[in-house]
Design a protein around this ligand. Structure first.
Ligand code: TYD
Length: 219
């Protein structure tokens, strides 16, 4: 059967690069830490790419707008899971997989585990269907290392962008407690790739903890 461009999410091609993802609750500092790690690895002479979810491709940015800014639109949990997966399918096919094939280190500011935690558990879609959906969307591309930035929900929500909270950040405390509980399950299920880093303290202090974990696998 002839392979088309749309099949490339599944193309097995050798992945030479390392794929590192950051996960955690709102305000735990994922974006700050992902950026600090990128800069650190660039300084070490590595080729590095930082990608963010949702978004990161032209269609992904459109999907992001639906997901985060549709205040008065009712979005069913399954629709939400499908939209996050659609965004991810495009990002993996167009950006993440080609970079890994070239040997680039890819840093993901959130990835599949966010969907497992937020849609699978937070929204009640179930871990298994969301995992299956994302395996299809990504061709089962899994990170080599997932850094979980650990902080209490109360502290992390207090730190989340004080200005504008998006549609999902605005959910109540119970929702976010469920998300955090889901992450503790994911840490056990995927213990072979998870490291838990204390996210309390200055960005520099947390960065030093992140680096010591990352150096174990890529230096
Ligand atoms: P966030 O990391 O806060 O993005 P940014 O800092 O760029 O605004 O993510 C946006 C929201 O999307 C956040 O509340 C978590 C949620 N989310 C999911 O519910 N499922 C997912 O699969 C992803 C990637 C994010």
């Amino acid at each position: 059967m002839e392979q088309t461009k749309s099949d490339q999410a599944y193309a097995p091609g050798m992945l030479l690069g390392t794929f590192i993802t950051f996960e955690g609750c709102e305000g735990a500092g994922k974006t700050t830490q992902a950026t600090l790690l990128r800069d650190y690895l660039l300084e070490k002479g590595k080729e590095v790419l930082l990608v963010r979810e949702p978004g990161g491709t032209p269609v992904g940015e459109l999907i992001r707008d639906i997901l985060l800014n549709s205040e008065d639109v009712d979005i069913a949990p399954i629709t939400e899971a499908l939209l996050f997966a659609a965004d991810r399918a495009q990002l993996v096919r167009d950006i993440v997989r080609p970079a890994l094939q070239k040997g680039v280190t890819v840093i993901g500011d959130r990835y599949v585990d966010s969907s497992l935690a937020y849609q699978g558990v937070g929204r009640g879609c179930g871990l298994e269907p969301v995992k299956n959906l994302n395996d299809w969307a990504t061709g089962s591309l899994e990170p080599h290392l997932t850094v979980f930035l650990d902080m209490s929900v109360k502290d992390s929500l207090a730190r989340a962008k004080p200005g504008g909270l998006d549609r999902i950040e605005k959910e109540d405390l119970e929702f976010h407690e469920n998300v955090r509980y889901a992450y503790s399950m994911l840490q056990r299920i995927f213990s072979y790739r998870y490291v838990v880093v204390d996210a309390n303290g200055s960005p520099e202090a947390v960065h030093a903890r992140v680096v010591s974990e990352v150096e174990k696998i890529i230096m």
